[in-house]
Design a protein around this ligand. Structure first.
Ligand SMILES: Nc1ncnc2c1ncn2[C@@H]1O[C@H](COP(=O)(O)OP(=O)(O)OP(=O)(O)O)[C@@H](O)[C@H]1O
Ligand SMILES: [Mg+2]
Length: 267
């Protein structure tokens, strides 16, 4: 039985590519034969609708089969897992009720580690190679929960002038999480929506590479409209259009992520 590795995709900057990266890395891992569980931690439900149409997403929400019920009622997450329809790739969906999650967590005992407890049985079973959690663009008690439940965090950063804004807050937040969960590690920064024709992109890349103690993944994701066409069809681009530029880039990034995890887990 192998260890289940939990990775959070987090950045308080909105629109930085967290959901797109989580969705495509999850699917690329499954295509590589891994067993993967994704968790949609955002009330916007973008990871949910990356795999299901609105009708199915609302049906799951109405039946309470969402991360909101798991956390609010402190349930074992196993009973809330549904298949994405892609082999080896499962998901726990979200609902708009996640808008009240900070309030729901507030009165709980040891409220930073509720999600970690909800994941305990699934992790102990060791069926999944990876659990990937898509975080909302906030830094509060719920994202603290997501990071305390994770072994690693990947920070997707948009290669734009505002993309780097707030990154310092993100690192400060990681330090706060480490006080409760010292084993959490920043696996790296994944650059998204890169446009190599722009001079600004090169400057962003240089600025990020100058950061101490933080890895920037070599494989970055360029702007590609195939991502939006795939999302319009409720499928990740690595499944929807396997030979598109972004699909190839996401597959390469996924390999790099898995190699880095393997190296760290061996140490
Ligand atoms: N490489 C790309 N090329 C073109 N569009 C992209 C690319 N990556 C992401 N997008 C688009 O950018 C938008 C934001 O991406 P995404 O939803 O993944 O970011 P996010 O960080 O999860 O946002 P939020 O903070 O709202 O949760 C989406 O509309 C998505 O389709
Ligand atoms: Mg998102």
């Amino acid at each position: 039985m192998s260890k289940t590795v939990v990775i959070a995709f987090a950045n308080n900057k909105g629109g930085s590519g967290k959901t797109t990266t989580c969705s495509n890395v999850g699917c690329a891992m499954a295509q590589d034969g891994k067993k993967v569980l994704m968790i949609d931690g955002d009330m916007q439900m973008n990871l949910t609708i990356a795999y299901f149409d609105e009708e199915k997403a609302l049906e799951l929400a109405q039946n309470g089969k969402t991360i909101h019920t798991v956390v609010k009622e402190e349930k074992d997450i196993s009973d809330f897992i549904v298949s994405t329809g892609i082999e080896g790739l499962d998901i726990v969906t979200s609902s708009s009720l996640m808008s009240s999650i900070e309030f729901d967590l507030f009165s709980k005992w040891q409220r930073e580690v509720i999600l970690k407890r909800c994941l305990e049985r699934v992790r102990a079973r060791g069926y999944y190679d990876y659990i990937l959690i898509d975080a909302p663009p906030t830094l509060g008690g719920w994202v603290m929960n997501i990071m305390c439940a994770s072994d690693y965090v990947i920070i997707p950063v948009e290669a734009s002038p505002w993309g780097l804004f707030g990154l310092a807050n993100m690192f400060d937040f990681c330090d706060q999480v480490k006080r409760i969960s010292p084993s959490l590690e920043v696996l790296g920064i994944a650059i998204t929506k890169a446009d190599e024709r722009k001079k600004y992109f090169k400057q962003t890349l240089e600025t990020l590479k100058e950061l101490e103690d933080v890895k920037v993944f070599e494989n970055y994701i360029r702007v590609d409209s195939a991502i939006e066409w795939a999302q319009d069809s409720s499928r990740p681009v690595v499944d929807f259009k396997k030979n598109s530029r972004s699909a190839i880039e996401y597959i390469q990034l996924t390999k790099e992520i898995m190699e880095n995890v393997d190296r760290k887990e061996r140490n």
